[in-house]
Design a protein around this ligand. Structure first.
Ligand SMILES: Nc1nc2c(ncn2[C@@H]2O[C@H](COP(=O)(O)OP(=O)(O)O)[C@@H](O)[C@H]2O)c(=O)[nH]1
Ligand SMILES: [Mg+2]
Length: 329
């Protein structure tokens, strides 16, 4: 039975992953528990959420003593932009070159391994939004930095980076073993009983296409024991970079909404981004928590099946590129 998770649940789940403090985590977990559809198919997930709430409570209650010893987690990358993609790969596979090619982040691209020691975020522009890429230290068959897993747990998308000019099957095996052993791969088609609440959407960036012996990607695709999507690029020639950003935008499953004040032109430069399935109420909440309760009416433009400027109800589901005018009491 599929879990049929609602946008409310997914939103709370995103809040949980973005949470920087235990208090924020607690509030998000409680919301997840409220929003999760209650049926047999989600019992496993409900139990998992309850277990995490219990553990967090213990932390919070014991917090008085431990507070002074709180350490800085260099693997906590604050989220920015409309969504985050964390790279995963073996040494020298080309992770830093990807972040360097797509953003102005100050990453080190080097032909020696382990040049990247901690995660470095960089912002890439896609049309009128920013997507955050996180460059990471490499993993090998027997080593990964201890805190690195937190980057992947908290991110929106995991990109396995494979160097097409090296041993592709070995790299894939190392990356999949890393993710599998930490239950990080999300199989969206899995039945809810075996659904993995810690899983993240994962895809593959096959890079250094300019150096790849012909047929390498086909072999990799055939021999990868998972239904992963492969995107082929070269940071040297620029091949595939635009397509990569477009697919990432689609995988993030977000909509861009332009807000408009009554009687004013809409702000077309800086859209709000929300998860697909979000409503007018969600937009109001995002703009201003306190004002959301005072939302009286809304009008929409640029929406399918809606006349320009037509009134829409609070539960109107937003589509990408809609313009919304909110009226508060
Ligand atoms: N020809 C070619 N070389 C690349 C490409 N991407 C990265 N490199 C080279 O591969 C080496 C390792 O790249 P880097 O991004 O530092 O790898 P990382 O260890 O995964 O961060 C560097 O010498 C890069 O110049 C590519 O698309 N084509
Ligand atoms: Mg690097």
């Amino acid at each position: 039975m599929p879990a049929n998770l609602t946008p409310e649940y997914k939103k709370a789940d995103q809040r949980f992953r973005a949470a920087a403090t235990d208090e924020e985590k607690m509030s998000a977990l409680e919301e997840m528990l409220r929003a999760i559809p209650k049926h047999k198919g989600t019992e496993h997930m409900q139990a998992d959420i309850k277990r995490r709430i219990r553990k967090l409570k213990e932390n919070l209650e014991g917090g008085g003593k431990k507070a002074a010893a709180r350490h800085v987690d260099i693997f906590h990358v604050p989220k920015g932009g409309a969504g985050q993609v964390a790279l995963l790969g073996t040494p020298n596979c080309g992770k830093s070159a990807i972040v360097a090619a797509l953003s102005n982040a100050n990453v080190i691209v080097a032909d020696y391994p382990f040049a990247t020691e901690k995660p470095v975020p960089g912002m890439a522009r896609f049309e009128d939004i920013q997507i955050q890429f996180v460059d990471t230290p490499p993993i090998t068959g027997d080593y990964s930095a201890p805190g690195q897993i937190n980057v992947y747990r908290a991110t929106d998308l995991i990109a396995i980076v494979i160097d097409l000019s090296a041993d592709v099957l070995e790299q894939m095996e190392i990356c999949l073993a890393y993710l599998d052993s930490r239950r990080l791969i999300l199989d969206e088609n899995a039945p809810a009983e075996s659904a993995n609440p810690l899983g993240r959407k994962t895809f593959v960036i096959a890079t250094k296409a300019d150096l790849a012996p012909s047929g390498t990607l086909d072999t990799l695709r055939e021999l990868t024991p998972r239904p992963l999507e492969f995107l082929e690029i070269s940071t040297k020639t620029g091949q595939g970079l635009a397509a990569l950003l477009l697919r990432i935008f689609q995988m993030l499953d977000i909509v861009r909404i332009y807000a408009k004040k009554p009687g004013k032109e809409p702000d077309m430069k800086d859209p709000f981004t929300l998860l697909r399935g979000s409503t007018v109420t969600d937009l109001a909440y995002l703009i201003h928590r306190e004002l959301a309760d005072k939302l009286k009416a809304a009008r929409a433009w640029n929406a399918p099946n809606i006349h320009p400027g037509q009134n829409v109800p609070r539960d109107h589901v937003l589509e990408d590129r809609e313009i919304i005018e909110l009226h508060f009491s």
